[in-house]
Design a protein around this ligand. Sequence first.
Ligand code: PGA
Length: 240
Amino acid sequence: MKLTIGEGFEEMSHAAAEDFIHRLERINKPLVCLPSGKTPVEFLRYVREHYLRMKRQPDWFFVGLDEWVGVAQNEKGSCREFFDRHLFKSLGVTEDRICFFNGMADDLHAECRRVESFIDSHKGIDVCVLGIGTNGHLGLNEPGSDRSLRTQVVDLTVSTRVAARDYFDEPRELYQGVTLGLGILLDSRCVLLMASGSSKSQVMQSVVEGPLDPSIPGTWLQEHPDCHVYLDRGAASGLA
Ligand code: PGA
């Protein structure tokens, strides 16, 4: 596991974005997985501006990391809508390049199989960017998630349900999510993990320095052969 610590949120985000752009330049038609949430906002702005400045449309394919069950893809607060707003619309990414979970699907298990097939047809994820929950979740793989699962429908923990309220304009009670599983995430050829702020310092101490602990899913990244962690000073404040 490699570690880069930036002074603040912007420095951390820009360092991760530079690494991301650089890695993708060496891959033809890569499959990319990106996280929604507060952490990747400046990272995505930097990536977006980079490609707009270069007047180049990236040749990437995108797979959604996760989605809230019961939330429509075009509803503000959904993971898909987040990417429409922060990346896809400005870069003109067409629908044939995107595969996201539909949290409104009647059969969520069939939905999982559909997303798995898309990933398989691209021979796995080339670059997987992740954030982390204060409880250590990756995507919506909550504490104790099975390391081998490729996708899963999950019951959300209280801390995830509370954190998710910030993503919606209207009060929203969420109970379940659908997510790429730890199996697929850890099979990605490279993982970039970003965390910002002192609320993530304890979990990042465990991820970077602690023993592997299935009750903190982020610690599984210790086993990944090409994982680069990007922190700002707040998120790094618990490190020795
Ligand atoms: P955040 O979410 O970026 O909004 O902190 C991260 C996560 O829960 O994975």
